[in-house]
Design a protein around this ligand. Sequence first.
Ligand SMILES: [Zn+2]
Ligand SMILES: [Zn+2]
Length: 230
Amino acid sequence: MSATVRIIPLTMAFTTAHLVLDKGTVLVDAGMSVVARRFISALIRALDGRPLDLLIITHAHFDHGGCADAVVKATGCDVAMHERAAATLPEASPLPPGTSAWGSLLRILLAPARAFGPLTWPEVDVVLGERTGLARWGVAGRVVHTPGHTHGSVSVVLESGDAIVGDLAMNGLPMRRGPGMPVFAEDVGQVYHSWSRLLDLHAETVHPGHGRPFPASVLERALADRAQDV
Ligand SMILES: [Zn+2]
Ligand SMILES: [Zn+2]
């Protein structure tokens, strides 16, 4: 357990990236390229003179990796991504199907992703598999493969009980009203499976890429409801 870990949310244009400050520093996701200048300023301010050790991109979508190249240029950090996400580059992964009528409509509205700015992906230095410890970057926790939203999605689960999950779960408008299922998913069954994985790793607080943090018990209840329905 790390008593000193801090998580600083960097929220811009409806996406939240999270800066983890432990003995080392790890940034999880890097917003949309349209906000790159603002994003880099906020990141440098949050680092407060410390170097950035690693950028983990939870999945290859434009709203999570849009500033990644700018972050590397500004900080010289290494970049980590799951092997299945890295394999799609230099193209972003396509938006997955909607998991609800609203998701299907939103998918159409978001289809011209180019409107959100150009996408230049940095080189991937660390290709992630099923599970990678973060001790080597000075962070008490690990990054785990949590497919569902995309096949190559990962989450960062800290020993503090904080889980930074990208789009494995979402919370709040414009995506959804409360916390739960992402509005888009390549495999809904895998989303549930990955939620179980987070709970097995003792996740207590979920930090989504869209919306505010929420208790992991929400996922636990959703899994229990699903088990009753099946
Ligand atoms: Zn996504
Ligand atoms: Zn997203």
